[in-house]
Design a protein around this ligand. Structure first.
Ligand SMILES: Nc1ncnc2c1ncn2[C@@H]1O[C@H](COP(=O)(O)OP(=O)(O)O)[C@@H](O)[C@H]1O
Ligand SMILES: [Mg+2]
Length: 252
C-alpha cells in the first residue's frame, strides 16, 4: 500500500460498461471500475473469469465489443493510431512470462524499447536511465547477464525494469508472483509497492496470491463470470455477504 493517506481524487483509468464475448460466451459482462492516481488496485477471481481478457482490453491487445476505456481523460476508442501509440506509453504491463528477449543481455533488453519509443533520447541519457532503472529493481550488477542466467524472481524484476524504462503512469501486473516460491513472491510484492511510490505510478494487480494482494492492494475488485461482484477495501471484503468473495480473500 502507498500508505500516504492522500485522497484519491484524480482518475487515472476509467473502465465503463465493458463487454466481450468469445464464441458466444460472455467473458466480460458490463465491467465498470475506476483506478485512481497512485492507487494499487487488485483484481481477484476464479480461473477463467476474464481477468486477463480485461487487462488485454486495457492495453488494446483485445478489442472489446462495447464499452469505453478512459485513460487520463482520453477515450481510447476515439483515438487515431498515432494518438493511441502515445496513450499506450502511459501503460506498462508485466505479463505472466517475463517476456524478455533470451538472446539479449538485461541491459539490451531495456535498451530495445527505448530505442524504439524514444528515438530522440541521447545515448548518454539512455544509459543513465537504464542504470537508474536497474538500480531501482536491484539488478544493476546483472546488466551484462542473459535472462537464462537469472533466477525466476530476477527475471520478473528485469521484466518490470523493461516496463519502467518507458516511464508509464499505470502498470498492469498479471499474476506477478505465480510460479515463484514464497520468499521470492514476497520480494516481488514488496517491489510492486516500492515501484508505485518511487515511480509515482498507479497499478492494477491481477493475483490469486492472498499475501501479494494484502501487501499491495489499496482496494480490491472481485470478478466472477465476467461481472464485478465486489469493489471495496480488504477489511470490508473479508466480511462480504458472498461466500465466494470471503473464500477468495481468506488467508491460506
Ligand atoms: N483470444 C481468445 N479467444 C477465445 N477465447 C478466449 C480468448 N482469450 C481468452 N478466452 C477465454 O476467455 C475466458 C477468460 O479467460 P482469462 O481472461 O484468461 O481468464 P483468467 O480470469 O483466468 O485470467 C476463458 O474461458 C478463455 O478461454
Ligand atoms: Mg489470467
Amino acid at each position: 500500500m502507498n500508505n500516504n493517506n492522500q485522497a484519491y481524487n484524480t482518475t487515472a483509468l476509467e473502465v465503463l460498461n465493458l463487454n466481450k464475448t468469445f464464441d458466444g460466451i460472455k467473458i466480460l459482462d458490463d465491467v465498470s471500475f475506476t483506478l485512481h492516481r497512485n492507487e494499487n488496485l487488485a483484481i481477484v477471481g476464479r480461473s477463467g473469469t476474464g481477468k486477463s481478457v480485461l487487462i488485454k482490453c486495457i492495453v488494446n491487445l483485445i478489442e472489446p465489443d462495447s464499452g469505453t476505456i478512459n485513460l487520463f481523460g482520453k477515450i481510447l476508442t476515439d483515438l487515431n493510431e498515432d494518438e493511441l501509440n502515445v496513450a499506450r506509453q502511459n501503460i506498462g504491463f508485466l505479463f505472466q512470462g517475463a517476456a524478455l528477449y533470451d538472446s539479449m543481455t538485461i541491459e539490451e533488453n531495456l535498451l530495445f524499447p527505448l530505442v524504439r519509443n524514444k528515438k530522440d533520447m541521447a545515448v548518454s541519457d539512455r544509459n543513465r536511465l537504464i542504470d537508474h532503472t536497474l538500480e531501482s529493481v536491484g539488478l544493476i550488477d546483472f546488466k551484462s547477464k542473459y535472462p537464462s542466467e537469472l533466477s525466476g524472481g530476477m527475471q520478473k524484476r528485469a521484466g518490470l525494469a523493461r516496463t519502467l524504462v518507458l516511464a508509464p503512469q499505470i502498470i498492469l501486473y498479471d499474476e506477478p508472483t505465480t510460479g515463484l516460491d514464497a520468499a521470492t513472491s514476497a520480494e516481488i510484492s514488496d517491489l510492486i509497492v516500492e515501484v508505485s511510490s518511487k515511480f509515482d505510478t498507479s497499478a492494477i494487480i491481477v493475483s490469486h496470491d492472498i499475501n501479494c494482494i494484502t501487501k499491495t492492494a489499496d482496494r480490491i475488485i472481485v470478478l466472477d463470470k465476467g461481472r464485478v461482484l465486489a469493489d471495496d477495501v480488504y477489511a470490508q471484503l473479508i466480511n462480504h455477504s458472498s461466500e465466494l468473495v470471503r473464500n477468495l480473500l481468506r488467508k491460506k
